[in-house]
Design a protein around this ligand. Structure first.
Ligand code: UFG
Length: 324
C-alpha cells in the first residue's frame, strides 16, 4: 500500500484522516510538533515530533520511509488570533508550508493534499460559493492560505508538484468509535461551545443577530470531520492514480444559521441552550455555503453525515465522554 506522510496528524481533522487512512490499509506516518495536536490522538509508533521548519528532518523522514504522498494539515487556525498576531500566521502557515515543500523536493515526493479554507473567499458575492469565486481573504489566516495556494500553482508549473487543495467549510463532529473529536484550546468554534454551555450551564455568547440572513444570525456550512477525512482519501487516491492538480470546496452545500444550530442542539440534548446575544465578531461573513458539486463529480465524494442533527449528535457524545 502507498505510504502517506500526514503533517498535523495529531490535530483535529488530521487525526480523523489518519484513522481513516489506516482503516483503509494505507501506511501512515505523522509529523506533528504537538504545539496544538494531541499525542494520544495517533498511535505512538507512527508519530514523529517534528517542526515544519526542520527541512532536513522532514527530508530524511520522507526518504527513509519512502513516502509516496503528503497530506499537509499542520497550521494555526484561529481567525481572531491571526488579526492580532499576523506574523505568527504568515510564518507558520505560509513559510512553514514552503519549508515542507522544499523538503518534498529534496526527497523527490511530488504529490500533496493541502488544507485550504473557505476563508480564502472573504465576503463572498455569490451563495453557494463555487471554486471560481473571487479570492479575497479578509484576515491574515485566510491570506496565509491564499499565499500557499499561489505557491502551489508555481511549484506545479516549475517542477511538477501535483497538489489537491481542499477548501474546508466548517469542520465539526467526532468519531467516537475511534475516541477522536474536537479539542481545541482555547475552543473558539460554535458547536463545541454551545454543547459546553448546555453541559456547564454557563451561557455562550452568540455573535450578532443583525446580519442580512433570514433570522439575522450568520449562516455556515457544517461538514462532519469524517466526511472531510474521506475527501482527503479521495484526493490522495486521485494523485496516486496520476491525477492532476485541482482545487475543491469541501462542504455539504447546506447552510444553517447560528440560531438553527442552537435549535438543533436543543433537540439532540433535550436541554435548552443558555445563551447571550452579543455584538458581531469582527471579520465574520454573513454567509458561507459551499458549492461542492465539483468535489462530488470529480472525486466521487459523498458526505455520509447529511443532517445537522447527526453531526451534533456525534459531537455531543464526544463532549459528554471526553470533556467533563
Ligand atoms: N459564533 C458565535 N459564538 C461563538 C463562536 C462562534 O456566535 O462563541 C458564530 C460565529 O460568529 C459564526 C459561527 O458561529 O457566525 C461559526 O463560527 P466558528 O468560529 O465556529 O467558525 P467560523 O465560521 O468563524 O470559522 C470556520 C473555521 C475557520 C475558517 C472559517 C472560514 O473555523 O478556520 O470557518 O472558512 F477560516
Amino acid at each position: 500500500m502507498p505510504k502517506i506522510l500526514v503533517t498535523g496528524g495529531a490535530g483535529y481533522i488530521g487525526s480523523h484522516t489518519v484513522h481513516q487512512l489506516r482503516a483503509q490499509d494505507f501506511e501512515v506516518i505523522v509529523a506533528d510538533d504537538l504545539s496544538n495536536g494531541h499525542a494520544a490522538s495517533v498511535p505512538s509508533e507512527i508519530l514523529h515530533v517534528c517542526s515544519l521548519f526542520d527541512r532536513a528532518q522532514l527530508t530524511s523522514l520522507m526518504q527513509t520511509e519512502q513516502v509516496d504522498a503528503v497530506i499537509h494539515f499542520a497550521a494555526f487556525i484561529a481567525v481572531g488570533e491571526s488579526t492580532r498576531e499576523p506574523e505568527k500566521y504568515f510564518h507558520n502557515n505560509t513559510a512553514g508550508s514552503i519549508s515542507l515543500f522544499a523538503a518534498m523536493a529534496d526527497a523527490g515526493v511530488n504529490k500533496l493534499v493541502f488544507s485550504s479554507t473557505a476563508a480564502v473567499y472573504g465576503n463572498p458575492t455569490e451563495i453557494p460559493i463555487p471554486e471560481t469565486a473571487a479570492i479575497n481573504a479578509v484576515n491574515p489566516y485566510g491570506e496565509s492560505k491564499v499565499m500557499v495556494e499561489k505557491v502551489l500553482d508555481w511549484l506545479d508549473a516549475t517542477r511538477g508538484l501535483r497538489a489537491i487543495r481542499l477548501r474546508y467549510f466548517n469542520a465539526c463532529g467526532a468519531n467516537n468509535a475511534a475516541g477522536l473529536g474536537e479539542r481545541h484550546d482555547p475552543e473558539t468554534h460554535l458547536i463545541p461551545l454551545i454543547l459546553r454551555a448546555v453541559r456547564t450551564g454557563k451561557p455562550v455568547t452568540l455573535f450578532g443577530d443583525d446580519y442580512p440572513t433570514p433570522d439575522g444570525t450568520c449562516v455556515r456550512d457544517y461538514v462532519h470531520v469524517d466526511d472531510l477525512a474521506s475527501a482527503h482519501i479521495a484526493a490522495v487516491n486521485h494523485l496516486l492514480n496520476g491525477g492532476a492538480s485541482n482545487v475543491f470546496n469541501a462542504g455539504t452545500g447546506q447552510g444553517f444559521s447560528v440560531k438553527e444550530v442552537v435549535t438543533a442542539v436543543e433537540k439532540i440534548t433535550g436541554q435548552s441552550v443558555p445563551y447571550i446575544m452579543g455584538p458581531r465578531r469582527d471579520g465574520d461573513p454573513a454567509q458561507l455555503v459551499a458549492d461542492s458539486s465539483k468535489l462530488r463529480q470529480t472525486l466521487g465524494w459523498q458526505p455520509k453525515f447529511d443532517t445537522l442533527e447527526s453531526i451534533i449528535e456525534s459531537a455531543w457524545v464526544f463532549e459528554k465522554q471526553n470533556l467533563t
